[in-house]
Ligand binder design. Structure first.
Ligand SMILES: C[S@@+](CC[C@H](N)C(=O)[O-])C[C@H]1O[C@@H](n2cnc3c(N)ncnc32)[C@H](O)[C@@H]1O
Length: 269
């Protein structure tokens, strides 16, 4: 049932259950019915969360930063699974409040990250989540003060071509400080003439040539990064229903791993 939130907007909750034969984790995400971005769980978030779930062994006790987190399903799941998590979103929008609400709905304590927080930060793995403003393309004291990061998560952060380079500038800054880090990102192909089957059968380079908007590969090369597309079927995400949610539906979502260019070995461990 919908309830009234702090800004007088109506709130609902979405529940996601990730499970296999050994383990199951349920994450509850409050959503605010508001025309602004970041108030809902986007289809990309469920796919990225499924990847996090499948890689949970590698993420345990690792430091994870989610950018453009919005209601933060992948980051909250990572925290529930034992990662030390930092959630970030633009300081200009109301999205940081969404990050906080999602943590609280899942019994996670939150801590505002300020510039004095250093590598010796007190954050306890899996129980306290750092929240920081991080606008793409901007270097801020909070960003500089983050401890070493192993994985950067970004769900549906490539939706507006004019922001693509700013997203990658932020990732490049993080890679400079964390040369062994990876960027795990999902994006939604919003053009109606692109079927997921077609995309899965094409390399990213060919996709870039097909779309004038989709210039991300050129940008990756400019910022000295390489990427690999991860087939959805390799992490059981090639389904319209994931984690008990029909949100992926028939949206064309793609999963990509990005790393600094000097890392020649396969990104898929
Ligand atoms: C399409 S929503 C995706 C939200 C969430 N990651 C998900 O998949 O459910 C895009 C997110 O990017 C954030 N965002 C937009 N512009 C931004 C910027 N310049 N810097 C940082 N975050 C930004 C929005 O606040 C929003 O949370």
């Amino acid at each position: 049932m919908a309830a009234e939130g702090a800004r007088g907007l109506s709130q609902t909750q979405k529940v996601f259950t990730f499970k296999d034969e050994e383990e199951s984790v349920t994450v509850t995400i409050p959503e605010v019915l508001d025309p602004e971005f970041g108030m809902y769980v986007w289809p990309c978030a469920v796919v990225l969360a499924q990847f996090v779930w499948k890689r949970r062994g590698a993420l345990r006790n690792r430091t994870v930063l989610e950018i453009g987190a919005g209601v933060s399903l992948p980051g909250v799941l990572a925290a529930r699974l034992g990662s030390r998590v930092f959630l970030s979103d633009s300081a200009q929008l109301h999205s940081l409040q969404n990050c906080v609400q999602s943590c609280r709905a899942n019994g996670l304590e939150v801590r505002e990250v300020r510039s004095e927080v250093t590598a010796g930060t007190k954050a306890t793995v899996g129980s306290e989540v750092g929240i920081l403003p991080l606008s793409w393309g901007h270097m801020t004291p909070a960003l500089l003060s983050l401890p070493p990061v192993d994985v950067i998560l970004g769900s549906d952060v490539f939706y507006s071509p004019q922001d693509f380079e700013s997203v990658l500038v932020t990732v490049a800054m993080l890679f400079r400080k964390n040369p062994l880090a990876q960027f795990w990102t999902t994006y939604q192909v919003r053009s109606s003439d692109w079927s997921i089957e077609l995309l899965q059968s094409l390399s990213l380079a060919v996709c870039c040539l097909l779309s004038s908007d989709w210039s991300i590969e050129l940008l990756l090369s400019r910022w000295r990064m390489s990427c690999e597309l991860v087939p959805l079927r390799s992490f059981d995400a090639d389904r319209p229903e994931l984690a008990g949610s029909r949100l992926p539906g028939n949206h064309s979502v793609q999963m990509m791993l990005v790393a600094p260019d000097n890392r020649r070995r396969s990104l898929q461990r």
